[in-house]
Design a protein around this ligand. Structure first.
Ligand code: AMP
Length: 466
């Protein structure tokens, strides 16, 4: 069996303390965070000192039927959405992970990836620990359960000083919800208030849906307890903030405020800067929907070239589209995107997307545009070349599959069939992000990993065999 080692899981988390219909609020919160993970969804609630949970593979709306939500009584809840690219989709790795410990039941929801989980796990297993999942997140619960610290928050702090990597986590307990971010604050985590109840979410778009008011972000290296006392802060490590720039490039929702900045505005700034760095003589700027939308708006505004929707996206295509039989096969990207002939035919076009990964999507879109009569296609990418895998929780393929790691710029242009190709520079990206290079994680672009990846971990890449 091939199993994931937990390297590439994309996730979203949500929590609410002491509110009517907590499970339903968690359901809504996860609904707003669905873009962060589409493989499995789960909610755990605390009801009369007992933790109940429901987890299943699938979208939030499909997993949480009325009957399932009915089985989740209680006024405090945490939830999780997860996506992993492994061939083996494993229900056992769905979260929250629930554990009985000497400190009462605990449930954990984790976004991010730990880089030393294997070593910790091996040590724990050697001393008799039995793991119930293959995910890196479970080591945190084991470390908490084993800690001799007198308080639960002390045990959590102790556990978190042993793990390294990216983690925005929620722990549901009888003492409330503990929310924590790694000392680098690589993944987002925000606090809010809804009708007096403390809430926490990966992104602020979840607060908008449940009409909660944003309070502040959980700080890097901070544990915040959500309880009847509101938010209680506990520092467990010195902060060295290096938030992930790719949250702003692609991953987060444009209506969220992430690391103190609105995502749509930052994407527009990327696009404007891209227009200055790589101008083009063209008639129209079109985005690749939805990922290139805001950068294309920024590009159009800065360049003065009119913006138009030259590609239409079918929003009902999931990640699990099944290709029909041989005779009508290879629709590829056509299933998802279709050009508007009236907009693109006979035109010189600037096509803006957020990133090239393997390059296959752009290649197909450029061909589609040419088939629809486009005169010239100038591809502009609102981030630098993606050269390295992410080890902190974004699903990027291995280096061998990343087109920019294997071909020079001209080779990429040729592969995608564009008339010209321009990427945003790392300096331009950081300027628009508003952070110096030492205060951001840009590993996928620059290869500078702010949290050390052990060499063997790098080599192990995405999958292990057992
Ligand atoms: P590719 O065909 O491999 O070059 O994919 C490029 C497309 O994938 C772009 O439109 C990106 O918006 C999108 N993309 C980039 N990163 C991710 C990711 N982690 N998960 C899913 N899609 C992504």
């Amino acid at each position: 069996m091939t199993i994931r080692n937990g390297f590439k899981d994309e996730c979203g988390v949500f929590g609410v303390f002491d509110a009517e219909d907590a499970a339903r609020l968690a359901y809504l919160g996860l609904y707003a965070l669905q873009h962060r993970g589409q493989e499995s969804a789960g909610i755990a609630t605390l009801d009369s000192q007992v933790i109940r949970f429901e987890r299943e593979m699938g979208y939030v709306a499909d997993v949480f039927t009325e009957a399932r939500l009915e089985r989740l009584p209680g006024r405090t809840a945490i939830g999780h959405v997860r996506y992993s690219t492994t061939g083996a989709s494993l229900l056992i790795n769905a979260q929250p992970i629930v554990f009985a410990t000497g400190r009462g039941p605990l449930a954990l929801a984790h976004n991010g990836n730990l880089v030393n989980a294997r070593d910790i796990r091996a040590t724990l297993e050697a001393s008799g620990a039995l793991f119930t999942t293959t995910s890196d997140s479970e080591v945190i619960l084991h470390l908490i359960a084993r800690s001799r610290a007198p308080t639960l928050v002390g045990a959590i702090a102790e556990a978190l000083t042993e793990v390294r990597g990216a983690y925005s986590i929620l722990i549901l307990s009888r003492e409330g919800i503990f929310a924590a971010r790694d000392p680098n604050g690589i993944r987002p985590l925000s606090l809010g208030i809804r009708e007096g109840s403390p809430v926490v979410a990966s992104e602020t778009c979840a607060f908008d849906l449940i009409e909660a008011r944003f309070e502040r972000d959980v700080e890097p290296g901070e544990i915040v307890r959500l309880s009847s006392e509101g938010f209680t802060s506990h520092r467990f490590a010195f902060p060295q903030a290096t938030p992930c720039v790719f949250e702003h490039v692609y991953f987060a929702r444009p209506d969220s405020n992430v690391f103190g900045r609105n995502v749509a505005s930052v994407r527009e700034a990327f696009g404007a800067r891209l227009a200055r760095e790589h101008p083009a003589a063209a008639d129209v700027v079109i985005p690749v929907p939805d990922s290139g939308m805001y950068a294309a708006l920024g590009y159009a505004r800065e360049s003065g070239i009119p913006f138009a929707m030259g590609l239409v996206r079918n929003h009902y295509v999931g990640r699990t589209f099944i290709e029909p039989k041989q005779s009508i096969r290879h629709f590829g990207v056509k299933v998802k995107l279709n050009p508007v002939r009236e907009v693109v035919s006979g035109k010189r076009i600037v096509m803006v997307d957020d990133s090239l990964v393997r390059g296959t999507t752009s290649r197909k879109i450029v061909k589609m545009l040419r088939d629809a009569g486009t005169k010239e296609v100038h591809v502009r990418i609102s981030s630098p070349p993606t050269m390295n895998s992410c080890h902190y929780g974004i699903d990027t393929p291995t280096k061998g599959e990343l087109i920019a790691a294997n071909r020079p710029l001209e080779g990429i242009r040729e592969f995608i069939g564009a008339d010209s190709l321009g990427y945003l520079s790392p300096e331009g990206m950081l300027e628009a992000f508003g952070r110096p290079s030492q205060a951001a994680c840009t590993a996928c672009f620059t290869g500078v990993y702010p949290v050390d990846i052990d060499q063997p971990e790098r080599e192990k890449e995405s999958a292990i065999s057992s």
